[in-house]
Design a protein around this ligand. Structure first.
Ligand code: ADP
Length: 402
């Protein structure tokens, strides 16, 4: 397997319901370097295309007027043509997609074929809010440029090596076999951290590490010797920590109560659990941690407290699950940039011997623990796009498609 040859590029696509984020990575020696970031927003309404170089200088800014073809296939054809015009002679080898769900089967990225796409379509009921949009972009890109290899990189794949007790609910066995089990998400972020941490701290290569991916979606993962052992998200991405607008872990008896006592149906419950709860629901102020930290409203402070309490509590749970704790890593929007949240979590873990260096924490790391902390604590910016680009290159090489 080699990614050495010069002049190759990959397109990384992260497609949501009405927007699609993309990056172009180019080979630079043995490394991959991001060259362009951009997005198509307003898909289905008033599409707009923007792209920037690594210095954030605008490279493109286009809006589609009424009457101009702007269905998904037309937009992805435009994107591909635009990317090919901005490669400076490099060859676009493939497109790598972030796909939320790879089911119980996919523990690695996969080259997309019509049969694989069909199989992934069968997983839509497991991730109805994301999987259809991921697949729509894959299909549209396939129609626009059928010759371009496409690779799916799954948010669930990194967790497939977990022991069965981490992946199993105490439900009747037949239901587990049917697929009602804990999948875990944010896997591309955790895999990136698992590769990056030993580069930054070689002594932690075999360590028991709790990684806190705290963003608008938040989860945590127990990683031992680079492998996922357990995680806070389960069957769906609503489990575990409270998030911007999601509940996180909730006694399932609450749902039965709401159905019986308030006549709530599946759609109402989905809205409640995914959109109206979490930091927003508890504070009544905002889903944004920055706003909550600056707010004088006591309910905002309570929302922050609930969040930090859950992060500290899950640290203990995950450490127990993997049988030890040698390091803690913070990543994603809140994890990378919020010194107050990290400080509060560390205070709650003082009983474990966790102690932060105030100046290093205020500077966002990389190492933020005090010299006499029993557990080293790191801040490592995640890079899911780079992980997808690396995987895509590897799949292309393994398939001999270079
Ligand atoms: P996503 O899950 O959408 O990828 P991110 O990982 O980018 O999100 O995290 C976004 C969240 O990070 C925002 O909603 C905001 O609450 C939080 N955030 C970003 N910067 C800061 C900061 N300086 N302090 C506290 N929270 C921050």
């Amino acid at each position: 397997m080699t990614t050495q040859s010069q002049g190759n590029a990959v397109l990384v696509v992260n497609a949501g319901s009405s927007s699609l984020k993309f990056s172009v990575f180019r080979e630079a020696g043995a490394e991959l370097a991001v060259a362009i970031n951009g997005q198509i927003s307003g898909i289905g309404t008033e599409p707009k295309f923007e792209a920037k170089d690594t210095a954030k200088r605008p490279l493109a800014d286009k809006a589609w007027g009424p009457g101009e073809p702007s269905d998904r296939t037309a937009l992805l054809r435009y994107l591909l043509d635009w990317v090919e015009d901005h490669l400076d002679g490099a060859k676009l080898l493939a497109a790598g997609h972030r796909v939320v769900h790879g089911g119980a089967r996919y523990s690695h990225p996969v080259l997309l074929t019509p049969a694989v796409i069909e199989e992934l379509n069968g997983l839509v009921p497991l991730a109805p809010l994301h999987q259809p949009h991921n697949l729509a972009a894959i299909r549209a890109l396939g129609e626009a440029h059928p010759e371009l290899p496409q690779v799916a990189c799954f948010d669930t794949a990194f967790h497939r090596g977990q022991p069965w007790q981490s992946q199993t609910f105490a439900l009747p066995r037949a239901m587990t076999e049917e697929g009602i089990r804990r999948y875990g998400f944010h896997g591309l972020s955790y895999e990136y951290i698992a590769r990056r941490l030993p580069e930054m701290a070689p002594e932690l290569a075999q360590a028991h590490v709790v990684v806190c991916h705290l963003g608008s979606g938040s989860s945590m993962c127990a990683i031992r010797a680079g492998k996922s052992v357990d995680s806070t998200m389960g069957f769906t991405a609503v489990d575990g920590l409270p998030m911007g607008t999601r509940t996180g872990r909730l006694d399932p008896g609450v749902l039965i109560y709401l159905m019986r006592a308030k006549g709530m149906g599946a759609d109402d419950l989905e809205k409640l659990l995914y959109n109206k709860s979490g930091l927003l629901g508890v504070s009544g102020v905002s889903n944004d941690m920055r706003v909550l930290l600056e707010s004088a409203d006591p309910h905002a402070a309570e929302a922050v407290e609930l969040f930090c309490h859950a992060v500290a509590k899950e640290t203990g749970s995950l450490a127990s699950s993997m049988g030890g704790l040698d390091a803690i890593v913070f990543t994603a929007g809140i994890g990378e940039r919020s010194a107050p949240v990290r400080a509060r979590v560390a205070e709650k873990l003082a009983w474990l011997g966790v102690k932060l260096d105030e100046a290093a924490n205020a500077a966002n790391g990389p190492k933020i623990s005090a010299a006499d902390s029993r557990i080293p604590v790191w801040v490592i910016p995640t890079d899911e796009e780079r992980m997808i680009a690396q995987h895509t290159m590897e799949v292309v090489d393994d398939a001999g498609l270079r």
